[in-house]
Design a binder for this molecule. Structure first.
Ligand code: BES
Ligand code: MN
Ligand code: ZN
Length: 491
């Protein structure tokens, strides 16, 4: 999507469709800037009463020679329009446009700006929403392939904050560039999106944004003694890959922020095999890895002045004659031993070695992102990402970033009381802690490998994916993480 900004008189800009909000008094918002004839015509249309009074109701009507089509949408009282409401309005606009033939959209943004929605925020949410909703799955359909409608959006703005609007547009575009990569990777089938494939995407990102990318193969991973990660990879014919991506654009002596993403490209459960219904969806068990790659794309596009390291352990979790078995005891890279009571709790087994590996960067902060537990979906549903941390200021920072980015995370406990559920009679710990508080004991397990740094864990099992009719990757939590990093960069 091409996005331009124009500041000319709105009556001087021609387009195919203009989007105009209607307020709670049934008036066109900001109508004084529009052509009088257009306004009186639209008032007559409104008077016909065909547009439901509900917030977000929209209708496309024929316009005049200047604006051949007008998309009218109810936004209630513009003074109290909130960020999540604006985002839903933008999504509705983008969805209404899908059935139209047109090339240029004119979106005047002054109508949405108020005391709590700055010009920067409105520009950013608008751009993000338009790109988000226009996403088309890059599917392998040979028939009825949905075509991407590539249209041009003209953001119209009048006021003194032009630079703010420009930055808002830039951030919105960069966040969605990352988010779309995350969606693309999550939507790919597991026979294409393998550990090797993820590695090739990392290499490509490296070339595009001058990241330092390292790809470790089986042998190198063995040398590093990542016994826990390798144990999961054993049951698969696809070789594991351990991927690191480094963006070193911060001050030389600044400790890096490390992002660790779970990259299970297919989770059948291993010997503790999953039921077959909906097992196909376990192709998105690399959602953590995909979001880390997405964020790196955003970071690269914005060239954020930070030191950021992405770490992605990637393999498949399959049953096989050589696969990891319940009862096996593995030695992690940290030296701690783990009794594997359920091979389906594999995410923590690959992440623990990645967390230990992160120590060598002497990180300022480590955040891991993982589709870790079904229990998190039961607890929080599909709206909030589960947030766990051993450092309160960090969890607060992430909560705030999530709210700002409309990509919320909800803090869960990580108390000592839960730790004994991981006790084992045979090893330092078991890899499962029973049904009670399943997402918490999973986080407790990881915390044992994160003692040397400030760390947060995001369980995205419920938020990275949609099931049902809209089945597919959501691109979350790229907005949250991007916002966190943008803030860290002091922007
Ligand atoms: N990848 C799954 C978690 C998951 C479940 C993600 C549903 C998305 C939707 C993870 O590897 C897993 O299988 N976890 C088990 C852990 C259990 C065996 C302790 C689970 O949640 O059932
Ligand atoms: Mn599993
Ligand atoms: Zn898994």
């Amino acid at each position: 999507m091409k996005i331009n900004i124009k500041t000319d008189l709105i009556t001087k800009i021609s387009c195919d469709v203009i989007t105009l909000g209607i307020d709670d008094k049934n008036r066109i918002i900001d109508s004084s800037k529009l052509n009088k004839k257009t306004v009186s015509y639209l008032n007559n249309v409104l008077a016909l009463g065909d547009i439901s009074e509900k917030f977000g109701s929209a209708r496309v009507v024929h316009g005049d020679h200047f604006y051949p089509k007008v998309l009218l949408i109810r936004i209630g009282n513009p003074k109290t329009l909130a960020s999540d409401q604006l985002y839903s309005v933008i999504l509705t606009i983008a969805n209404e446009l899908k059935s139209l033939k047109f090339k240029t959209l004119l979106l005047p943004i002054n109508q949405f700006i108020n005391a709590s929605l700055s010009s920067h925020a409105v520009a950013e949410y608008s751009v993000r929403g338009l790109i988000d909703a226009s996403y088309v799955i890059n599917s392998l359909k040979t028939l009825n392939q949905v075509k991407r409608n590539i249209f041009q959006t003209i953001i119209h703005y009048s006021g003194s904050d032009l630079n703010q609007v420009k930055t808002g547009i830039k951030y919105g575009e960069a966040v969605m560039e990352g988010g779309n990569l995350t969606k693309d990777l999550g939507n790919l089938p597991p026979n294409i999106c393998t550990p090797k494939y993820l590695a090739s995407v990392a290499t490509k990102l490296g070339k595009e944004y001058k990241f330092k990318v390292s790809i470790f193969d089986q042998k190198k991973i063995e040398k590093l003694k990542m016994g826990s990660f390798l144990a999961v990879a054993k049951g698969s014919r696809e070789e594991p890959r351990f991927i690191t991506i480094e963006h070193n654009k911060g001050p030389k002596n600044q400790k890096p922020i490390v992002l660790v993403g779970k990259g299970i490209t297919f989770d059948a459960g291993g010997i503790s095999i999953k039921p077959s219904a909906d097992m196909d969806e376990m192709k998105y068990d690399m959602g953590g890895a995909a979001s880390v790659m997405g964020v790196m794309k955003t970071v690269g596009a914005l060239n954020l002045p930070l030191n950021i390291i992405a770490i992605i352990p990637s393999c498949e979790n399959l049953p096989d004659g050589l696969a990891l078995k319940p009862g096996d005891i593995v030695t992690s890279m940290s030296g701690q031993t783990i009794e594997v009571l359920n091979t389906d709790a594999e995410g923590r087994l690959i992440l623990c070695d990645a967390l230990t590996y992160a120590e060598r960067y002497k990180p300022e902060t480590v955040i891991d992102i993982a589709t870790l537990t079904g229990a998190c979906v039961i607890g929080l549903g599909h709206h909030a990402t589960g947030l766990f941390s051993n450092y309160d200021p960090l969890s607060t920072e992430l909560e705030v970033a999530g709210i700002r980015a409309l990509d919320k995370a909800w803090k869960m406990p990580l108390w000592e009381e839960y730790q004994p559920q991981l006790n084992s009679n045979f090893a330092d710990m078991a890899n499962i802690g029973g049904r009670a508080g399943g997402s918490i004991t999973a986080a407790c397990f990881l915390s044992r490998f994160a003692k040397k740094f400030n760390w947060a864990h995001l369980d995205i099992a419920g938020t990275a994916w949609k099931s049902g009719k809209e089945k597919g990757s959501t691109g979350r939590p790229v907005p949250l993480l991007s916002q966190f990093l943008i803030k860290r960069a002091g922007k």
